[in-house]
Design a binder for this molecule. Structure first.
Ligand SMILES: [Zn+2]
Length: 399
């Protein structure tokens, strides 16, 4: 059963490895212990201070697709927040407790709104995914955003279950089972004490609202968009990576049209015809990750010396391209490629990446979005970018 859940979860929520990703070093312990109980008062000792200063400092912010800051909170910050909880919410979220069935106040709540983490305020479930499971605990068939709820194996109490937790503060929430209703077939079984409900008409506090940072958009073509999108989505400071088509001559292209664009004889094409490239649109926080840092990762992901091809995929749709927004990006892209060409990493092979001002971006069909998350068994031929291979601080250090 756990295998089935793992596959379903792969598509629906972030499993721990991905959830904690590059910030693992500073993230929460995997299980709460008595040492984590709130301590009243008292100044930190010199030892404690020294320990704190040794901790790696990372300003790399993580964002979810729905625009929330999901950077894991420090252990100190969680302890501070947990002090304000009532004893039952503390027992449930910090000690992996379970509330008795049919006792929570949110079980029969049928109002429209959002169920947030009682500790850190992150929205976890929407009322639109709530259903009556008859179990006595509030039940949902999918999370508010799959990056907000994590899952990990729980073998406690002689049972094999999958525990669910808040990815921002590591609060224990409950468990997930594979006997839920359609469309997901999952039942997220919650402790009401782990949730704080906000009615849709009510104002939510800042910690329960999307981040209000300014964003920048960039477009990258590096062969099949599945893998490129998958890796960009995991970069620090990236809100969303979306697959689509751009730079071609036709309007509203479909995947089929893009795949067939090279088949028509050149003589039959209108003058100036150009096919679309498979492109990934990346929306990011430039204070956390710079365009240049995204370029670094992009050129680690694909081979820019292959003309109209990337690994096993042949055709103009798989060409290497940077489609820039504004003069600054255009300059940065050209400078980066010039620098790269001067290095010997491609053994004399010419970089063929095209650099053009971005035209209209057409999102690809829904089944192409998050393809590798939905199909975790599918491999990908591309290389890993630096944010998946190093613990490099992503603060705009190389700006
Ligand atoms: Zn939380």
């Amino acid at each position: 059963m756990r295998i089935a859940i793992a596959i379903l979860l792969g598509a629906l929520l972030v499993l721990p490895v991905v959830a904690l990703g590059m910030t693992r070093a500073t993230s929460m312990p995997s299980t709460a212990s008595d040492d984590d109980a709130p301590k009243q008062g008292g100044k930190p000792t010199d030892d404690e201070k020294a320990k704190k200063e040794e901790m790696p400092v990372t300003t790399a912010k993580k964002y979810s697709r729905s625009g929330y800051d999901i950077t894991p909170l420090s252990r100190e910050r969680v302890a501070e927040l947990a002090k304000k909880l009532d004893p039952e919410a503390y027992r449930v979220t910090q000690k992996a407790g379970t509330e008795p069935a049919f006792c929570g106040t949110l079980l029969d709540n049928k109002k429209d709104g959002v169920y947030c983490c009682v500790v850190c305020g992150l929205p976890l479930f929407s009322s639109t995914a709530k259903f009556n499971s008859g179990t006595g605990w509030p039940s949902f068939f999918q999370p508010f955003d799959r990056a907000h709820v994590g899952g990990r194996d729980d073998g406690s109490h002689g049972m094999e279950r999958v525990e669910i937790f808040c990815t921002r503060c590591n609060a224990h929430l409950g468990h997930v089972f594979d006997d839920g209703p359609r469309p997901t077939g999952l039942r997220f079984c919650l402790n009401g004490a782990a949730l704080k409900f906000y009615e849709a008409k009510d104002e939510r506090p800042p910690e329960s609202m999307p981040a209000t940072t300014e964003t920048e958009t960039a477009y990258f073509a590096g062969g099949c968009f599945w893998g490129v999108e998958h890796y960009f989505q995991q970069a620090p400071g990236v809100f969303s990576a979306e697959s689509g088509y751009m730079q071609g001559s036709t309007l509203n292209p479909t995947y089929k049209e893009v795949c067939e664009q090279d088949d028509a004889p050149a003589s039959g094409r209108p003058a100036g015809f150009k096919g679309h490239a498979e492109v990934v649109k990346v929306v990011f926080d430039p204070k956390t990750i710079t365009y240049r840092q995204l370029l670094e990762g992009f050129f680690e992901m694909h081979d820019p010396t292959q003309m109209n091809r990337q690994g096993p995929d042949y055709g103009t749709q798989y060409r290497s391209g940077l489609y820039t927004v504004g003069a600054q990006q255009a300059e940065a892209a050209k400078a980066f490629v010039t620098e790269l060409a001067a290095k010997s990493i491609f053994k004399g092979r010419k970089i063929v990446t095209e650099i053009e001002p971005a035209k209209e971006f057409y999102p690809a069909e829904e089944y192409h979005q998050d393809y590798l998350e939905k199909n975790p068994s599918r491999g990908c031929h591309i290389g890993k970018p630096w944010w998946l291979t190093q613990q490099k601080p992503a603060a705009a250090a190389t700006k």
